[in-house]
Design a protein around this ligand. Sequence first.
Ligand code: GLN
Length: 451
Amino acid sequence: EAHLSAIERLDGSLNSFITTTPESALKAADAADATLAKGEGGELCGLPLGIKDLFCTNGTRTTAASNILRDFVPPYESTVTSNLLRDGAVFLGKLNLDEFAMGSGNLNSAFGPAINPWKRNGSDENLVPGGSSGGSAAAVAAGLVLGATGTDTGGSIRQPAAYTGIAGIKPTYGRCSRFGTIAFASSLDQAGPMAKNLQDCAILLRSMAGFDQRDSTSVDTPVPNYEAALNRGVKGLRVGIPKEYHADGLPAEIEALWQQGINWLREAGAEIKEVSLPHTKYGLPTYYIAALAEASSNLARYDGLRFGSRVKADSLDAMYEASRAAGFGEEVKRRILLGTHVLSSGYYDAYYLRAQKVRTLIQQDFLKAYEDVDVLLTPTAPSSAFALNEKPSDPVQMYLNDVFTVPASMAGVPALSVPAGLDGQGLPLGLQLIGKFFDEETLIAAGHVLE
Ligand code: GLN
């Protein structure tokens, strides 16, 4: 009830929810109370969570923040959300995001932008919460929910976590099932937890993760008790500092925070080494080819016939055209066009195939680095949260925001963001740790030293 009333009071200005489900939440909370009174109940029994509106929820509208799915009520539950329900979680509603998870500021939502609860010192200008999991980040940061699900294709859990001063984990690709999560770029999409701190993230991840026969890319490996890793410490841990991440024009404050993180880990007993990830500069261009190619293919199903709201027209082709023209927003259309272009005959080899090859080189950079170190430490994003009206007019400028998060996504390795300090304007900054395949535990242990 306290959380529902906080939503009532605050979400008018935050716009973090697309749909709230107070009635079913109260019912679920009563049931959880009864279970707890009997001394029973799963690990998450009664905990109020929010769900990014990209996860299909049985009987609850799921929009992907798109007009084309504005009225879509799934007849089934995603695996990640059914895992959370199995463990007793109570869902308060569906959280805002960039349309189909495409964006870095939650500015591409058909339901309007979500707003960051943080403000710059002495200013009440509205800032973005980051994206695409912007509603999840804003709702957690404002205390509307105790935790939330996010998805991360190229940074969508880590960057909004950094912008709102919370923690978020993008697990290894294959750790959480993609079944029932609306697809953006299937070879990159990964679900993960967002919460105030890594302990809460660890508890949520244990519930969300696990093999699922219904996702052929989910990996059949045991899910550890992540929370138990929290206080392992970092004595003897080898931490790599990738030299290519010292990007030109990186603000001095971000460099300083990074150095601070290095000092904290060293003082706690870690060994710091410089490493090289030579293909880092190809991360963004290859991501924005591979992800868009997959998106154009995944979004072909929204044609007004099989999926998506329909605009009636005289012929089948005219109906497709009118439905897609009305249903998709500007950024989604841009990506479908670019993705279709790089897949088309004559361009496939030059763009898509080449991007796939470079993607392998990026992954090999990480594997090579992990011969010498156990984790990598970098800033999460090249800036703190920007104002709504500072949105760059050039989409490429917006894509540059993902420069530090995209390489781990391309490689499939796990990464997290922890809140690590404030900048001169009083805004939160995050540090990113990138780990070895399926070694989220080491990330959590190292991250806990930084938070
Ligand atoms: N900002 C990136 C993009 O626009 C990443 C989005 C995501 O991880 N879903 O594609």
